[in-house]
Design a protein around this ligand. Structure first.
Ligand SMILES: Nc1ncnc2c1ncn2[C@@H]1O[C@H](COP(=O)(O)OP(=O)(O)O)[C@@H](O)[C@H]1O
Ligand SMILES: [Mg+2]
Length: 312
């Protein structure tokens, strides 16, 4: 097994704030590895440390064997980077941004021109070739940055929330190109707060919250956790002390939480639980005031993972 990223005890303090808390993980060459977590989880801070623009407070990382702190230049040569905020030169056109990047990477003129042409087609940017970066939409900017990151044929591509806030079309184009490069052997490290994105793209996903990795798993396992975080919100016209316990005994209910006058029932099987709830209401002469089925939020998924970890 060849390792693309090896992280040991990576830690970042911003003053008193512990943004990344002694994390450890490995990414294999050829993997698409996802870092899934909500805003403020520490994703961007981790990426910045991995690409050598932020110094870890503690710990270390190796990129294809190169220590990012001590062998920064060798490590960086292998990287393509799509940062959280698209950072093209605002006054330059799409074409000139690509050419400048190619020059910086030392890609020969003929090669950078033919590669740029190819990317412009793949990313449906050909019409925007002479448009200044500042005049592009968010989705188009992102595509240009992706093309710039790929000009150097990186061994490893870092993408910080590649499709966050983008239109469906840009999202699809970007995901397709990430997959295509990965098929040709590029290792991919991406962050996202989108469960679906992690599921669709990644071979393995690390779930990060409050600077800590809660779980690292294959998306299929993640999916199971997500499924078990479906929920039904219910309120009856009357309530009683034993109601929470009654609801907990319904078959298929994983957990019940009381939220004000409502109960939240977590389950992996919505339909049979709804039926059981109905017969519970009938036999206890209760009327429904509220009943909602809810898809899991990222927060719900964290709760599931965290409570699983705590029970061990
Ligand atoms: N330059 C900084 N100075 C101080 N605090 C920061 C800085 N950058 C990020 N933070 C804080 O560190 C935490 C993690 O931030 P970040 O890595 O950007 O999370 P994410 O990318 O997962 O949203 C947050 O609480 C954020 O406010
Ligand atoms: Mg971020």
């Amino acid at each position: 097994m060849s390792i693309a990223i090896e992280v040991e005890q990576f830690t970042k303090y911003y003053g008193e704030l512990l943004a990344v808390d002694h994390i450890n993980f490995e990414v294999e060459q050829g993997e698409i590895f996802g870092f899934l977590g909500p805003n403020g989880a520490g994703k961007t801070t981790t990426v910045k440390m991995l690409i050598g623009i932020s110094k870890p407070s503690e710990g270390s990382a190796r990129i294809y064997g190169y220590d990012i702190q001590k062998e920064t230049a060798s490590a960086k040569e292998l990287m393509g980077i799509v940062p959280e905020i698209s950072n093209g030169y605002v006054e330059l056109s799409t074409w000139d941004n690509l050419m400048l990047m190619g020059e910086l990477y030392g890609v020969p003129k003929a090669v950078r021109e033919s590669k740029a042409q190819n990317f412009l087609e793949l990313l449906e940017l050909s019409e925007k070739i002479h448009t200044k970066f500042k005049a592009l939409s968010k989705g188009l900017k992102r595509r240009v940055i992706l093309a710039m990151a790929l000009l150097n044929d990186p061994k490893i591509l870092f993408l910080d929330e590649p499709t966050s806030g983008l239109d469906v079309h840009s999202t699809r184009i970007i995901r397709d190109l990430i997959r295509e490069f990965n098929k040709k052997g590029t290792t991919v490290f991406l962050t996202t707060h989108n469960i679906e994105e992690a599921n669709q793209l990644c071979d393995r996903v690390a779930i990060i919250n409050h600077g800590k990795i809660i779980a690292i798993d294959k998306p299929e396992h993640l999916k199971k956790a997500i499924q078990s975080a479906q929920s039904i919100e219910v309120a009856f016209n009357k309530s009683s002390n034993h109601m929470k316990v009654d609801l907990e005994t319904i078959k298929g209910v994983i957990e019940v939480r009381k939220l004000g006058d409502k109960f939240r029932l977590y389950t992996s099987k919505i339909d049979p639980v709804l039926r059981e709830l109905h017969s519970y209401a009938t036999s206890n002469n209760l009327q429904f005031i509220t009943i909602n089925t809810l898809a899991p939020s990222l927060e719900d998924v964290f709760v599931r993972f965290t409570s699983k970890t705590n029970r061990k």
